[in-house]
Design a protein around this ligand. Structure first.
Ligand code: SF4
Ligand code: SF4
Ligand code: SF4
Length: 284
């Protein structure tokens, strides 16, 4: 904690960064909240612990920060993947961000409870793959049971009718609050397709048909882009297992195109890259 505060103080003091997007203590010591440090004094409020769940990369595309000079950001490995993907998509200029990478042993998925988030069970970026300064000691944690993978395999084994029933029951719970979109660092469109009314592509009421349209369209828009940070699922008040969809799409991107979102800064994006040698046999 001290090294983070010291570094933040230096970066803000010598003008390397305009602000630092990080975490401060929440309403209890078992909670953390996003915090913008603007002064050397603010730097003293920064924290980093297992309650620092939020993917702060979501703020990098907000107009308050975009193109406002160099922004410092406290980032776990999974958050760095989002930053890399944003740079690949030309939404963040590489030189406009100073990444304070944090070695990470996992975060909790709930509020104040000691349940490690599923995404942390077999994480490959506990030491971030890109940073300007790396803080904290590498954390070794034993690999755990990957609950999501088992569920995806179970879904893969279902018939089309069974899959439909499963997702119909899940999407029926959707209240169209769009918290999933707001929490997602890769959902940065100024005008989301869900908000367009001329024509209206997606029914705005929380009706099963519109709920399907919303969740399936969002899944396609995130395919090959989702970095698996889990923020959409964490934000969803209806507890819809959105990670199952996103992760499955990521698995397809890996299998079909050998592409992993947010891992290679200089690689072209999956959906933004065209090659005459691209396969077409999956287009039916
Ligand atoms: S997924 Fe990895 S980097 Fe992200 S919080 Fe979990 S252990 Fe940390
Ligand atoms: S779709 Fe969900 S898991 Fe994927 S990047 Fe967005 S918030 Fe993270
Ligand atoms: S957060 Fe959940 S309930 Fe809200 S729009 Fe997204 S899927 Fe629907």
């Amino acid at each position: 904690m001290n090294e983070l505060r010291q570094l933040a103080k230096e970066l803000l003091g010598n003008g390397t960064v305009k602000v630092i997007i990080g975490y401060s203590e929440g309403t209890t010591p078992e909670r953390a909240k996003p915090f913008i440090a603007r002064t050397e004094e603010d730097a003293g409020k920064l924290i980093f612990n297992k309650y620092c769940v939020n993917n702060l990369a979501v703020y990098l595309t907000r107009k308050e920060f975009k193109r406002k000079g160099t922004i410092g950001i406290v980032a776990k490995g999974c958050d760095v993947k989002a930053i890399v993907q944003l740079i690949q998509e030309n939404q963040v200029i590489k030189d406009d961000v100073y990444i304070i990478g944090m070695n990470c042993g996992g975060v909790v998925s709930g509020f104040g409870v000691d349940d490690t988030a599923v995404k942390c069970n077999n994480c490959k970026v506990k030491t971030p793959h890109l940073y300007h300064t790396l803080l904290g000691a590498p954390v070794e944690t034993p690999a755990k049971d990957d609950g999501h993978l088992k569920l995806i395999q179970k879904l893969d084994a279902m018939t089309a009718e069974e899959k439909w029933s499963f997702w119909e029951a899940e999407f029926e719970k959707c209240v169209k609050c769009y918290a999933c979109r707001q929490a997602c660092p890769l959902c940065y469109c100024e005008k989301c397709i869900a908000d367009k009314s001329m024509p209206r592509w997606i029914e705005s009421s929380a009706h099963t048909r519109g709920n399907f349209a919303w969740n399936i369209i969002r899944a396609f828009h995130l395919s090959g882009r989702c970095v698996g940070c889990g923020e959409c699922e964490r934000a969803c008040p209806a507890e819809i297992p959105l990670s199952l969809i996103n992760r499955k799409m990521g698995m397809v991107a890996k299998k079909e195109f050998d592409y992993s979102a947010g891992m290679a800064l200089d690689a072209p994006t999956l959906v933004g890259n065209y090659d005459t040698a691209d396969r077409e046999d999956f287009i039916k």
